[in-house]
Design a protein around this ligand. Structure first.
Ligand code: SAM
Length: 255
């Protein structure tokens, strides 16, 4: 029987957990999650060097913990912004990591094709596995997000928790790309943490999106977390009972 506790999301989470706990124990993933969270919060200078994905434990924590949380946030904001009503024909997820943001967007929009680009090859492999687990048609490739190009037409470009990993020059280059993509028919969704210290450039980017006809929003909601995810959250001394994010959305230009 299909109940709220038996959904594509919960089935995917169960499969993901079985995949990662086949080689690591719960306490090993918990310790790695603590170390990974410290990199995100206190050692952001180490992100460019790949410190977030440098060990098997951190990779598992990224895939198994932050992946589902980012999926839930992306699903919430894509629906909240009514993006499915704009009928995107595909999703290009840049800095896709394990693909969760683009896959959530694709599924909310009826399972449209997903393309994921990330500089990290391990993450690309995970994105492919996740797309297959959700039954979404997917293309994934390693690469620099600044060099990616959406297919012509109504493509939704997603950048989830990735813009804050760029330096100032890369972010300036990205703003030029955003305008190019839009002229080619794409729409753009940026999701970032709510903490301002992670994205001190936020106000400037919000002004840039608004000037082009876009919007900036903040989100806060109480998700239904899988029990084991909630357990891992508490065990690692974190608290994701409420999820928060901020977004920038630029709809496609009218045709
Ligand atoms: C915090 S993770 C977020 C991943 C995924 N979007 C999510 O929400 O779970 C940021 C990702 O951006 C990728 N990334 C950072 N800079 C990049 C660049 N210049 N080109 C491609 N990927 C990049 C990293 O490898 C990492 O996988």
């Amino acid at each position: 029987m299909f109940t709220p506790t038996d959904t594509p999301f919960t089935r995917w989470f169960d499969a993901l957990e079985a995949r990662h706990l086949a080689t690591l124990t719960f306490p090993e993933v918990r310790r790695a999650l603590e170390a990974l969270s410290a990199v995100y919060v206190q050692r952001r200078d180490r992100l460019q060097a790949g410190a977030d994905l440098e060990s098997a434990g951190k990779r598992a924590a990224f895939a198994l913990f932050y992946g589902p949380l980012h999926f839930l946030v992306a699903d919430h904001v894509v629906r909240g912004l009514d993006i499915p009503a704009t009928a995107p024909t595909g999703v290009l997820d840049l800095g896709c990591g394990t693909g969760v943001v683009g896959l959530a967007a694709s599924l909310a929009c009826g399972g449209v094709p997903f393309e994921g680009v990330d500089r990290n090859r391990w993450a690309i492999g995970e994105a492919r596995w996740n797309a297959e687990a959700f039954g979404v048609p997917a293309k994934t490739r390693p690469g620099d997000l600044l060099r990616a190009r959406p297919a012509a037409g109504n493509t939704l470009v997603t950048l989830g928790w990735a813009v804050n990993e760029l330096d100032d020059d890369e972010r300036d280059a990205l703003s030029a790309r955003v305008e190019e993509w839009r002229r080619g028919g794409a729409s753009v969704l940026v999701i970032e943490p709510i903490a301002r210290r992670m994205s001190p450039w936020w106000d400037e980017w919000a002004g840039f999106f608004r000037a082009l006809g876009g919007r900036a929003d903040e989100w806060k909601f109480t998700p239904r977390l899988p029990e084991r995810l909630a357990l891992m959250d508490r065990a690692a001394g974190l608290d994701h009972r409420e999820l928060k994010a901020r977004t920038l959305h630029l709809p496609a230009l009218p045709r």
